[in-house]
Design a protein around this ligand. Structure first.
Ligand SMILES: Nc1nc2c(c(=O)[nH]1)N[C@H]1C(S)=C(S)[C@@H](COP(=O)(O)OP(=O)(O)OC[C@H]3O[C@@H](n4cnc5c(=O)[nH]c(N)nc54)[C@H](O)[C@@H]3O)O[C@H]1N2
Ligand SMILES: Nc1nc2c(c(=O)[nH]1)N[C@H]1C(S)=C(S)[C@@H](COP(=O)(O)OP(=O)(O)OC[C@H]3O[C@@H](n4cnc5c(=O)[nH]c(N)nc54)[C@H](O)[C@@H]3O)O[C@H]1N2
Ligand code: SF4
Ligand SMILES: [Mo]
Length: 921
């Protein structure tokens, strides 16, 4: 049904919806075709030029949405204990189990673990059911792992969780400080807006604070490659510097804030001390500080490098302190801007989706707020205390206090720290319900009840992006199989539990209207979150809703005023609060046993646990497999070369659980390494890296320390490297033969890279075992076995079906070339060359940099050496970077690395003073 159209089209309609990936929240325009047989399909997708988040641009993930929207691996029917069940039976089964558990152990023995990828309407209904009807606050979300520290910091400083900046501020500022963010890959359309702003205003400065230089660093004038975890020293030092250099906004501090003196008393570090503690050249610190005080406007744009820490809340407050002290807040182009990751992390915050919140920005610990919400809901009860935060929640499942958990739109086996514990917990739970769109992922393997949810293009509702802008996600296609909307699943389940009144919704617009009404209910300007102008929204108005930013009360003067421009905050006395910050270092500290810091994060073309992006071969062309990135000195000391594999172990995970090939990245600090978060057991045997992290977390927000594990790295005595390329027709699952494997997602062939680490395995015996699996297919086998390299070719009906390469050393045979041999007639293959594994020269063009036009690294480097000295020149010559633009920062890096006659940018070791820097590009 979701497939592209081939039938005769009877109607074609252009619809507006929102990208379901990151928190930028780009508007998307999709052509929906209806065919003669009454089916709907999507045929064309582009950016919506009218949408204020992206003005028509889309990054590579957004541009490829249709490529990942097919029905492969979709969950289409409910099941109980692996057997297909009807919806009423599934609801009844869950209701019976939950009722018994609640009766015997109380409501806190059940829990929901949900997601910032739900729509606001879904989120609202779950929260209402748990807190108002079942009476448990145990409803937490993967946003705990993502922005809960940012939320706590805003609440401490402003009294309410309010993001005070918008995307235009990023364009109208003098100084942009990017902290712990790789926006070039994670918020690409915003990054492109930053790039454009800098081009239009060359005096705008960009500072990047990140222990690791990454794609984002290419835009920076100054990179502070700080020691991991040392940000609070840097910002405490900045606060002291502001005070010492006459840069305090005294009137703002006196009139609108509390706690300045206490905060300053903790910020006693000299620039020298900061340089030492952050391990950065002192001149670089000075340059940053002097830029901050001399820039009339400054934005601090921070992300997971700040939040995912055992002191993430303090770090965020140390940043906010600097904005309060210098008065750089409540003004255009100024403010502490926490950027959100997921498409609707912000919507979740509005409905109170975290265990320590209520709804509509009210507090669960506040009896007046509880009363307001209970009254509005007319609910039988209201949870009275904050519920369990994600890490504690899974602890409680493991120790039997929580007996049933309903997981929705998240894959905690992969994303939570300490996977071994999560596995133990879910194996022990009496009931695990999982609502998901896919049939198979690591978490579904533990589900007793599986419920099929609708996916993007079918789902219907609203999302809020990082600048508080609410947009519609439209239901364009009819849900496949028996899939239902998440709000619908929860509402129907609630009715099965006997809660008819509160859940008789028949359309998401009704849920939205109720949510809007609650935001204004008994508000009296006490809560800034207020969209009560929509409390009576009609279905038609909802369906045609245009993107808007909250608040939306109907009072123009309030709705269009810049937040905090009047100096009013949402604390008890209306004044912003400085926080005294005593910096703390990471809890997962390195030791002799675990001497390396493991940093983790995202790749440009993958989304989280790859359930969607892992479907499109186009999205793995940028980076095809998981690796451990380390610098050359560390690799030398470990005795490994690029491509060889290492084991990673930590306090909570022993070898050989994690095993990754090494990739050299000399932009990493010594004794630190980086691995992507995306691969999991659905795609690789041994790459689920969150397994290495302990439960270390921030004491206030509960956000886990997911950027700093202490690990040991050891060389794998790999004896055989294997690469298997099969035709997609009758492809066999061969993974059980290998000790460690990764699937390489390709559209043309099925591909596995694997390792055998046991002495006793010989090429011959392994090949025999693999070939045995093919016996039913009646294949012909050609092979060339040598001590170093063995190649086996299987053909069926004289067509190449499979190529297997085994080697004692890292295999460097070009995969694209091997893949091209598959499906060929035997007569068209040079079997001698293939069995020797010698590819044609044209296949050695290196990794793909531009996915839109399939432009590879070596072609680009060649063009640079032939005179293309800028990204736009490369675009003119090769088209690379001219469509979605996601690869532009990498093109810039390649230009920088391979051009000798252009001035080298002062990254990452800028030592000049601000005055000297005027001539720097
Ligand atoms: N392509 C892609 N984009 C995404 C996502 C995705 O999966 N794929 N996910 C979305 C989501 S949910 C999120 S939360 C965002 C995350 O967006 P980002 O936060 O930009 O991404 P990350 O790669 O997790 O980490 C950011 C940086 O933090 C740095 N860091 C590590 N330790 C420290 C430290 O101690 N101090 C500082 N200052 N920096 C440190 C890392 O080196 C890394 O470069 O991305 C969103 N966008
Ligand atoms: N080590 C380490 N770990 C991390 C991070 C890190 O930087 N380092 N980052 C953390 C962060 S910031 C985040 S946000 C998390 C993300 O981690 P997760 O939330 O676990 O990852 P996803 O792959 O997005 O999982 C979403 C699941 O929901 C399903 N799904 C998609 N749409 C829908 C829907 O509409 N309804 C339903 N019911 N299901 C749906 C998908 O198929 C998928 O199985 O990872 C966290 N974990
Ligand atoms: S930046 Fe890319 S992933 Fe994020 S919303 Fe826009 S198109 Fe989607
Ligand atoms: Mo996130």
């Amino acid at each position: 049904m979701n497939a592209r159209v081939s039938n005769t089209i009877t109607s074609e309609k252009i619809c507006h919806t929102t990208c379901p990936y990151c928190g930028v929240g780009c508007g998307v325009e999709v052509t929906v075709n209806e065919t003669t047989d009454g089916k709907k399909a999507l045929s064309k997708l582009e950016g919506n030029r009218q949408h204020p988040a992206n003005f028509g641009q889309l990054c590579v993930k957004g541009s490829n949405l249709l490529e990942t929207n097919d029905l492969s691996n979709r969950l289409l029917h409910p099941s109980i204990d692996g057997k297909r069940a009807s919806w009423p039976d599934a609801y009844q089964h869950i209701a019976d189990k939950l009722s018994t558990i609640i009766k015997e152990h109380g409501p806190d023995a059940v829990a929901f673990y949900v997601s910032g990828q739900l729509l606001t309407e879904d989120y609202y209904v779950v929260n209402k059911l748990a807190k108002g009807y079942l009476g448990t606050a145990n409803v937490d979300t993967n946003s705990r792992l993502c922005m809960s520290s940012a939320v706590s910091a805003y609440k401490r400083a402003f009294g309410e969780d309010i993001v005070p900046c918008d995307y235009q501020d990023l364009e109208n500022t003098d100084l942009l400080v990017l902290i712990g963010s790789n926006a070039a890959w994670t918020h690409p359309i915003l990054f492109q807006r930053m790039e454009k702003a800098k081009k239009l205003n060359p005096s705008m400065k960009i500072v990047h604070v990140d222990p690791r230089a990454n794609a984002t660093t290419s835009l920076a004038d100054l990179h502070l490659a700080i020691k991991p975890g040392s940000d609070a020293y840097l910002f405490n030092g900045l606060l002291a510097y502001i005070a010492d250099n006459n840069a305090l906004d005294n009137s703002f501090i006196e009139t609108h804030t509390d706690g300045f003196n206490d905060a300053l008393a903790c910020a006693t570090l000299s620039v020298e001390e900061v340089a030492q503690l952050c391990d950065v050249p002192i001149d670089n610190i000075r340059t940053f500080y002097s830029l901050f005080v001399s820039s009339p406007r400054a934005i601090s744009f921070y992300s997971m490098g700040i939040n995912q820490s055992n002191s993430g809340v303090d770090k965020a407050n140390s940043i906010i302190n600097c904005h309060l002290a210098s008065g750089k807040i409540g003004k255009e182009g100024s403010g502490p801007f926490s950027i959100t990751g997921q498409p609707n992390a912000m919507g979740g915050r509005e409905v109170g989706g975290l265990a320590n919140m209520l709804a509509a920005h009210m507090d669960i610990e506040n009896p007046k707020h509880r009363e307001k919400v209970k009254n509005y809901w007319q609910s039988p009860t209201i949870a009275t205390n904050g519920g369990l935060k994600a890490v504690d929640l899974f602890d409680a499942i493991e120790n039997g206090k929580v007996k049933a958990v309903w997981i929705m739109a998240t894959n905690p086996l992969v994303s939570m720290p300490n996977r071994n514990k999560i596995e133990r917990a879910l194996a022990k739970a009496e009931l695990v319900v999982v609502s998901d769109v896919v049939e198979k992922n690591d978490t579904l393997a533990f589900a007793d009840v599986k419920l099929p949810a609708t996916a993007w293009s079918e789902k219907d509702g609203t999302v809020t992006n990082s600048e508080r802008r609410v947009s519609r996600q439209q239901g364009l296609l009819i849900p496949p199989g028996e899939a239902k909307h998440d709000w619908q699943i929860i509402s129907e389940f609630a009715q099965t539990m006997g809660f008819n009144e509160g859940f008789n919704f028949s359309h998401p617009s009704e849920v939205y209207a109720e949510h809007a009404g609650l935001s204004g209910h008994d508000n009296h300007d006490e809560r800034y979150f207020n969209i009560s102008a929509h409390q009576h929204i009609s279905k038609h108005q909802y369906n045609t809703l245009r993107p808007f930013r909250w608040p939306l009360t109907g009072d123009d003067t309030k709705d269009n005023a810049r937040v905090f421009s009047d100096g009013k905050f949402y604390t008890d006395n209306g004044r912003a609060k400085f926080m005294p910050i005593l910096p703390r270092l990471p809890e997962q500290a390195t030791s002799d046993a675990f001497p390396f810091v493991l940093n983790t994060g995202r790749l440009r073309d993958q989304w989280h646990t790859m359930t969607r992006t892992g479907k499109a071969g186009k999205l793995t062309q940028h980076i095809a497999e998981s690796c451990l990135y380390i610098n050359a000195n560390d690799a030398d000391a470990l005795g490994v070369i690029e491509g060889e594999a290492v084991y990673l172990s930590s306090q909570v995970s022993e070898a050989p659980q994690i095993c990754l090939p090494v990739k050299i990245d000399n932009k990493l600090r010594e004794k630190t390494c980086f691995a992507p978060i995306h691969w999991n057991q659905t795609f690789a045997s041994s790459a689920s890296i969150a397994r290495l992290f302990t439960d270390a977390r921030d004491p206030l927000s509960g956000q886990p320390e997911l950027k700093h594990a202490a690990i040991q790295i050891t060389k794998v005595p790999a004896l055989t490297h294997i690469q298997v390329i099969q035709s997609k027709l009758d492809a066999l699952d061969l993974t059980h033969h290998f000790d460690h494997w990764q699937k390489i997602v390709r559209d043309d062939v099925d591909c596995i890279r694997a390792l055998m680490t046991q002495e006793k395995v010989t090429a011959n015996s392994l090949i025999n075992k693999i070939v045995c699996d093919y016996s039913a297919l009646d294949c012909q086998v050609f092979s060339r076995i040598t001590d170093d390299l063995s190649v086996v070719v299987l053909t069926k009906d004289d067509i190449v079906k499979t190529v297997i390469v085994l080697s004692n050393t890292v295999i460097e045979i070009e995969q694209d070339w091997l893949a091209q041999q598959v499906y060929k007639q035997l007569d068209d293959v040079d079997l001698g060359t293939l069995l020797r594994g010698i590819p044609d020269e044209s296949f050695t063009l290196g990794r793909q940099v531009c996915s839109c036009f399939n432009v590879r690294e070596k072609t680009i480097v060649e063009a640079i050496s032939n005179g293309c000295s800028s990204v736009s020149a490369l675009g003119d010559a090769l088209q690379c970077g001219t469509n979605c633009g996601s690869c532009k920062s990498e093109l810039a890096e390649l230009v920088q690395t391979h051009t000798t006659d252009i001035p080298i940018k002062l990254v990452p070791t800028l030592t000049a003073t601000v005055a000297d820097r005027e001539d720097v590009v």
